[in-house]
Design a protein around this ligand. Sequence first.
Ligand SMILES: O=C(O)CCC(=O)C(=O)O
Length: 261
Amino acid sequence: MQFTAEQIHQFRTDGWLAIPDFWSESEVTAMRLELDRLKADGKLRNVATDGDGKTHSSTRFNLQLCPMWPHSALFQAMPFAPKVAEAVEQLIGGPVVLHLDQVFLKPGRHGAGTNWHQDNAYFQIEDPLKGTALWTAVHAATEANGTIRVIPRQFAELLHHERDPDSDHHIRCWPDESKAVSVELPAGGVVFFAYGTPHATGANNTDAERAGVALHFINADQHGTARGGFEPDKRPILTGPDATGGEKEYGRKIAGTWEYG
Ligand SMILES: O=C(O)CCC(=O)C(=O)O
């Protein structure tokens, strides 16, 4: 996994970078099967509300599981896929630390978006380019099914955020949407976006469900001050001399398990 100088430049200048063929077909199939299992087990929770930030909607569904790793060996292993840390380290520098994992699933016709926000409004790292999301399109993500939108070149300034009335716990901001880029991706495609980059997803107006899995990473030099995410001793160090393949944080070696299914 080697980015070109132009790709790294795009991330550092625009605050985001899309890679349409990051995960293989079999990796995507495994993610979908595991999401089906988590859904059937009732692990995903509707966080969409009826405009008051409290009353859960019975018509619009933004199904979230955060964190994923305690519920799924597969999603616990996903950030340990070697290409993940290789890619992230080129964008934010190393050592790379896993900060958070989560999924948002939008059922067909009734799927609700996640309003505009900057992850750094939650995480508050000093340098908003030293943290990135890796957002995976588990199903093809299109404008019709509410794919992710980003605002380029807007990462340096933290915008004003308020409680999001359409969610039971999120906050939101109001960037200039005329500058938004809609990132359409095939299944298995990803977008990296810096912690400072405003982003949002939309309603799913198609018949088929759409899910996005978001992994969040920080450079180890932001680890001491980064808020939110996993408890500091449960944030796996993925690269560098202190990386133990998950042994230190989870009590068993996770590295190597993604490749062997
Ligand atoms: O997939 C979504 O609806 C939102 C994802 C997101 O906002 C995030 O991962 O920070």
